[in-house]
Design a protein around this ligand. Structure first.
Ligand SMILES: [Fe+2]
Length: 504
């Protein structure tokens, strides 16, 4: 593999790979926010960039090239996309007819300038054997509370894909704890403000290097729009929330490697989708924000989340409530794959029950924004998995700024209930969390959670083979240090034949 050869020669493990090191995006003013690729298929991938700088015409032709080599001597595909001012001069190129299961290099040119080059790959053909799938789970990269050392390490890993499961931006202004300020003194609500916030995040060279290193698979969470929003309701019950969601979705699409077919219409954008990684795995990417029922038992006068005893909030047990929306819930239930050894559910938040008090006799206390606020929807999902005997279900998530490894069950009150699926919920790149003492105190109420650490920043690295899943919890030393080192805190293994993670 070419990339491994290149990396073997580098002296420092955290070095950005040679093929992106020769020029930073900041050196190319028309492509200052870098490049990205996403949604790898067997025959194509989405290539993204955005023109930047003053004085851009309304419409600009942007050439894209896909090559078999880092020097762009053997061009595999090329074309021109029109970057329009109305869509922030973003480019979403979709080369087709690429070969399955191989690496490519790509770059853009316009207005006399050439972007940095990135590396991406296609998925194996759906009916082809695949020896492995190697990826990371990342989320929650609040810009002003830390530096992106984690991204520098992601860029240096040898990966097939980067999964980002939400909170690419945060809508908050900087505060006294900020280590590097974001623009603006208020909460982000308008299209111009969302665009500026993406530009701030994407100016970071470590994040740019991670985008240039491998294709990404993305789902959003709440902060791409606003904290704890549900469907068309913001947590402050804003009168104009639909317009805010439309602006937020538009800016999200403009800045991410999604295809043109996903371009939002008004306040709607579909991010739900599937990808088969050869005969090894089926990935299901879902959206728990856009279609959900609003959270029950909120604080008086507010929308959004609350942490409440179940005994005071029996509305939580309403069987009609849904986190995914009826249509998406059915889409997922119908699409589980019983022929491949692995089914990866790429979603936003912790699925395992997490009670903040002793849950005996229905006395649990739950956070209403996550799956715990929709317990019968979770039960339906896992019952379906159990009934159909879906093999190798692994739920991947983020949102809670903590590393959790958990057994998923239909019934958490029965200690003898079988384990149906395995969960890896990865911690934040930078975003802050609760003190570890709070988590340690309640882990005994949640024995199906095998690992729970709120005091770690970084990502999870997972490698699937037909026989097993191997997970490394990768933890940076200090999120306040852009040059921070990294270490593997612990490793887990899941046997393809038997759900549940075990320390390796
Ligand atoms: Fe977050």
């Amino acid at each position: 593999m070419r990339r491994r050869t290149l990396l073997r020669g580098s002296t420092a493990l955290i070095a950005v790979p040679a093929w992106v090191r020769h020029a930073g995006a900041a050196d190319v003013p028309r492509f200052a926010l870098g490049i990205a690729s996403g949604q790898p298929r067997a025959d194509g991938v989405v290539l993204w960039t955005m023109l930047t700088g003053a004085g851009l015409p309304e419409r600009v032709d942007v050439k894209w090239e896909v090559a078999l080599d880092a020097d762009f001597k053997q061009i595999a595909a090329a074309g021109v996309e029109v970057a329009e001012a109305a869509w922030s001069h973003s480019v979403h190129a979709e080369p087709a007819g690429l070969a399955p299961a191989r690496w490519y290099w790509y770059r853009f040119s316009a207005l006399g300038q050439v972007s940095i080059a990135g590396r991406t790959r296609t998925a194996p053909a759906p009916d082809a054997a695949a020896a492995a799938f190697d990826f990371v789970i990342t989320s929650c990269q609040r810009y002003d509370v830390g530096h992106y050392a984690a991204w520098k390490h992601v860029a240096a890993e040898s990966l097939d894909a980067v999964m980002f499961v939400g909170d690419y931006i945060y809508e908050y202004p900087s505060n006294a704890r900020s280590v590097r300020p974001v623009e603006g003194s208020g909460v982000v609500r308008t299209l111009a403000q969302y665009r500026a916030r993406y530009a701030t995040h994407k100016s970071d060279p470590a994040l740019q290097a991670a985008h240039a290193a491998a294709p990404w698979l993305l789902v959003w969470d709440d902060h791409e729009v606003g904290n704890d929003y549900a469907n068309l309701q913001g947590q402050d019950l804003e009168a104009d929330f639909k317009a805010q969601r439309a602006a937020a979705y538009r800016a999200y699409w403009e800045h991410m490697p999604f295809p043109k077919s996903a371009r939002p219409v008004d306040a709607d954008m579909r991010i739900t989708g599937r990808l088969d990684w050869g005969r090894l795995a089926r990935l299901h990417l879902i959206d728990d924000r856009q279609y959900r029922d609003v959270q029950v038992c909120p604080k008086p006068g507010h929308g959004g989340s609350n942490t409440v005893p179940l005994k005071d909030c029996t509305a939580m047990l309403d069987p009609h409530r849904t986190l995914l929306g009826a249509e998406q819930e059915q889409w997922l239930a119908d699409g589980w794959d019983t022929t491949r050894p692995w089914n990866l559910l790429v979603q936003q938040t912790l699925m395992a029950r997490f009670s903040w008090s002793d849950p005996a006799n229905g006395a649990g206390t739950y956070w209403t924004d996550g799956w715990d606020g929709y317990p019968l929807a979770r039960k339906r999902l896992l019952e379906r998995v159990a009934q159909r005997k879906v093999p190798g279900v692994v739920v991947l998530g983020g949102d809670v700024h903590s590393n959790y490894v958990a057994d998923l069950k239909v019934d958490y009150d029965d200690p003898a209930a079988p384990v149906i699926a395995t969960e890896f919920c990865g911690t934040s790149i930078t975003s802050l969390s609760l003190p570890q003492s709070r988590i340690t105190a309640v882990l005994p109420f949640n024995p199906h959670i095998r690992y729970g650490r709120s005091d770690q920043r970084g990502y999870m690295r997972l490698k699937l083979t037909p026989q097993e899943l191997r997970a490394q919890i990768r933890v940076i030393d200090n999120a306040l240090d852009p040059a921070s080192g990294i270490a593997t805190a612990v490793q887990f293994v899941v046997d393809a034949q038997r759900p549940g993670a075990h320390a390796a």
